[in-house]
Design a protein around this ligand. Sequence first.
Ligand code: PMP
Length: 453
Amino acid sequence: MTAQPNPRAGAAVKAADRAHVFHSWSAQELIDPLAVAGAEGSYFWDYEGRRYLDFTSGLVFTNLGYQHPKVVAAIQEQAATLTTFAPAFAVEARSEAARLIAERTPGDLDKIFFTNGGTEAVEHAVRMARVHTGRQKVLSAYRSYHGATAASIHLTGDPRRWANDTGAAGVVHFWAPFLYRSPFHAENERQECERALQHLEDTLVFEGPATIAAIVLESVPGTAGIMVPPPGYLAGVRALCDRYGIVLVLDEVMAGFGRTGRWFAADLFGVTPDLMTFAKGVNSGYVPLGGVAISGAIAETFARRPYPGGLTYSGHPLACAAAVATIHVMEEEGVVEHAARLGEEVFGPGLRELAERHPSVGEVRGTGVFWALELVRDRETREPLVPYNATGEDNAPMAAFAAAAKERGLWPFVNMNRTHVVPPCTITEAEAKEGLAALDEALSVADRHTTAA
Ligand code: PMP
């Protein structure tokens, strides 16, 4: 599954990258990106001939793995027939993708506005909520990631917001439940849920409910640490939104399309939002695509007055053809059920078993193919293995852990003091076990930085 090693070609790719590519979220001279020669299924490889099992799905988007032949063929076929067309026309790939998505989203989320990715989906969801309610303020959780522009970076709780934060977007943050590091000093899930809902209601009341357009919330927060909310929390947020006339936006950009072992994470809780954002898994990221699924009531707002927003590439035929093929493959191959089974039978038990043996693992949490290990210096105090938002030397223990995983052929997802286990939803059981074995060895390196060592 790897091409012949070709280090010279790899060196040329790296040299051009270094000279001319400006990378996201990076100090340009302090990074050394791997030159990737190819990828297939759950693996990718470099020009030296080294192969890696991808426990990241890129940025949690290749839910079908790399180069799925049916999705590649659909893109090729669409390119050969109608590569592109402006959004104001009805085009088969676009209307079919919208139909297939609407049929799978919960409740009456039956209209789809297409964007080029998740950030734009959040931007448009906020705009729809503001126009629909006539209100401006938006609430989101501190431990969150919603995107990197205008409103979406303000909504993001992650420290990447700080450098851009003008505080002018009418965003107010609140604490969502997270029992392991409970903002409410709760001792169990039920308490955490009740206190989180009380805190949210207090925040609404003191902000003035009549000024609040929307609550934007990841159904299962991803980048911030894969924190599956306690039972009842999302239903409670739904009830608060109903009571105060606030639009509930569930952000399913990362958690949607099979990742949690359901089509959408909201399905885990039986909750239907008013707007739902998606991207990534909708077409495994083969061509950029995102969107907003819109409820009947909000669609009605724009039935006779124009929606004040749009994008040149809204519903790009190539991206939509990839989405249509992706959804068909997910159904034909039972990808959602496979993800659920992997979570219950392989990742859940496998990761908990690692936690028993490795003092660096403070908590294992997740569902489906969506897991996080919280690495700590001390299990009793729960002191994180590295400080919040650490860089350079302060981050050395996590860097050592990541390097150890890569040496063993595993490409890990590392964020702050956590490693997320987020391989393609199509990963086989044997591949998953191979990854867990490599993770086992890499965690021994993390253990050296704990008080138990
Ligand atoms: N919302 C969530 C929940 C995400 O995880 C992300 C991306 N990680 C975004 C929005 C932004 O999506 P994109 O990077 O495609 O613009």
